[in-house]
Design a protein around this ligand. Structure first.
Ligand code: ATP
Length: 583
């Protein structure tokens, strides 16, 4: 398959602002892709070389790309840099400069060659790696047409920015290979268990839907996390869970999914990045505590080893460094509170009800001062639930996660549902919980901030339509440092028009590809004529907006845009807020 087909597809996707058209274009692309290449085309289309959990990245900075381009074109780097400034990005600069040179490549690039070379670039590390990466990339560039060069440059510098989400890919796969969007459920389940959409796509294309249904758990391949719904009223929580539930402390740390196969360990973050290297100490603790092959989920926190007291979440962030040293391990000692087990010695436990999974945990985990099970109590009255909640807060937790004890209380990978209900301290303030919203646009500031951004347009996520819908414009809570940091992060995600997956009535001064998630608090949710969240769902021609929004200072780098607070959650928060008022 010629790479030019992919480049043309990118170009069409880039000019569309319609999500329906985006799906159609993907369907067309998948149908025209040879089956054995479908995984590669899926990865490349979402701007990656392999699933996120492999941690494989190009590590090919813009400077290196400019140098490679200058050598291929025989131009000095300065000329290229000027073109980048003029056109706003390296891809466009490369395209124009190649076109100006007017030479057509003799050979055609294929998707296979592009993918294999890019993979080699990503895998090249260590001494002399930059030179080798550059040589590899130059080979591709010298065979590229101007349009291909544009996307090769963007791909290798990790700025493809097409913003094609998993849900859009899954819809398109279902349509392309089964002719029915409904089959997406099977694709989604396989994806939830494997976290590898390329792999699922290949099984689907080559072996069909039945084979996709057979995709299961594998050690070393993360499972997409099960998530909790939120409720603010204990009596309603109990009612929802059938009058009785397993209330567990909600630790405020980092969620980790730990896999063990013999002596091999893998640790994955909430967004399924491979973070094994960050917690060598935790691995040792787990090795001692669970002498089996397993997949468990835990919340990792920093503790004061003398008192066992849990330290605030911010302290743990000091462990988010590239190279963890003895200093970090000693200064920020961690402990793990295990709250679930998904696999044990060859057996998939995800379809077992929660009480059984907990029982397994109690049997196999040898608790130590660093590895414990999440503190839990079975409660069946509001008084008990309230008093356990207070105890959790006193012990440094955020609140409780109340878990269903019913027969159907399986581990629902990749789903947010009422089998787990979180009950947090913040719910007692006026607004039930903070929101994790995605930056989709920005407005210029005034006065001192003229010419730079003064406020950000924030959106929630709607998985039904795979769209980001606006909830507020936020300009408070940011320090000067925050603005600098935001400008720095967002400059790589700026796009010339509203992103096709963003649904907005407001017209922002700048638009961004949905990428960055920020934690936002506010006074209350109200009907809004300008925000598209819940548009027409509760009241005609009205959506829901957040009044007096403020940035809490917490960047949710652990969340992908699709992990942001959903439209459905916001509707529920709005309804719960009303219940509060009645009370
Ligand atoms: P939040 O921002 O409130 O942490 P989230 O979107 O990351 O929410 P939710 O599923 O909504 O995730 O809330 C559950 C989160 O709480 C889990 O992701 C996990 O990190 C954390 N947690 C802490 N203790 C527990 C526990 N005992 N059981 C389940 N999750 C727990």
């Amino acid at each position: 398959m010629e790479y030019s087909k992919l480049a043309e597809f990118y170009s069409r996707i880039e000019s569309t602002t319609s999500r329906t058209l985006m799906t159609q274009l993907l369907v067309e692309l998948f149908k025209n892709t040879p089956k054995e290449l479908i995984d590669k085309v899926v990865y490349l289309s979402v701007g990656r070389i392999a699933p996120e959990y492999t941690g494989l990245e190009y590590n090919f900075g813009e400077k290196l790309a400019i140098k490679a381009l200058s050598q291929v074109l025989g131009l000095d780097e300065h000329t290229i840099e000027e073109k980048v400034i003029e056109l706003g990005d390296l891809g466009s600069a490369g395209e124009v400069l190649l076109r100006d040179r007017g030479m057509e490549p003799k050979e055609r690039l294929t998707v296979e060659e592009v993918y294999d070379t890019l993979l080699e670039i990503a895998k090249t590390t260590g001494v002399g790696s930059l030179k080798k990466k550059s040589e590899l990339f130059k080979k591709l560039l010298s065979k590229a047409t101007p349009l291909e060069a544009k996307y090769l440059l963007r791909t290798v510098t990790e700025r493809l920015r097409l913003g094609i989400g998993d849900n859009t890919v899954m819809d398109a796969l279902a349509l392309a290979f089964t002719g029915d969007r409904k089959n997406r459920d099977h694709i989604e389940r396989a994806y939830n268990l494997s976290s590898d959409l390329g792999y699922v796509a290949k099984v689907l294309a080559q072996e069909g839907l039945e084979a996709v249904k057979g995709i299961g758990i594998e050690l070393g391949r993360p499972i997409r996390p099960m998530l909790a719904e939120r409720m603010a009223i204990p009596s309603l929580i109990l009612k929802k869970l059938g009058g009785r539930c397993g209330a567990e402390y909600k630790y405020d740390g980092e969620r980790i999914q730990a896999h063990r196969k013999g002596d091999q360990f893998w640790l994955y973050s909430r967004r399924l990045e491979n973070i094994t290297h960050q917690f060598p100490d935790l691995i040792e603790f787990l090795k001692e505590s669970i002498p089996h092959d397993f997949i468990v989920e835990l919340e990792c926190v920093v503790i004061d080893p003398a008192s066992g007291q849990i330290q605030p979440f911010q302290v743990l962030m000091n462990r988010r460094v590239k190279y963890v040293s003895r200093f970090h391990i000693l200064k920020y000692p961690v402990a793990g509170f295990i709250f679930d087990i998904l696999y044990l010695d060859g057996e998939d436990l995800t379809l077992k009800p929660y009480p059984e999974r907990r029982e397994v945990l109690e049997k196999v985990v040898k608790t130590t001062d660093r590895i414990n099970l999440a503190h839990r109590k079975i409660v069946d009255s509001v008084e008990e639930l309230e008093s356990f909640f207070h105890q959790a807060i006193e012990d440094g937790c955020e609140g409780l996660v109340c878990k269903s004890l019913a027969e159907n209380s399986i581990y629902e990978a990749g789903k947010r549902g009422y089998l787990w209900i979180k009950y947090k301290r913040d719910y007692r303030s006026h607004l039930a919980d903070t929101l994790d919203l995605v930056v989709v646009g920005a407005f210029y500031g005034k006065g001192q901030r003229a010419g730079r951004f003064g406020s950000l347009l924030m959106a929630c996520y709607d998985p039904e339509t795979d769209q980001f819908k606006t909830v507020c414009k936020v300009g408070t809570g940011f320090t000067e440092d925050d603005f600098d940091k935001l400008e720095n992060i967002l400059k790589d995600h700026r796009i010339p028009h509203r992103h096709p997956r963003v649904n907005s009535i407001l017209s922002a001064d700048m638009w961004f590809e949905p990428y960055l998630v920020l934690e936002i608090t506010g006074a209350e949710l109200t009907y809004s004529p300008v925000h598209t969240c819940a548009w027409d769902k509760l009241k005609p021609s009205r959506g829901l907006g957040l009044r007096f929004p403020r940035f809490t200072g917490r960047y949710r780098f652990d969340k992908r845009p699709e992990d942001a607070t959903t439209e459905k959650e916001i509707i529920e928060m709005f309804l719960q807020q009303r219940q509060y008022r009645v009370i």
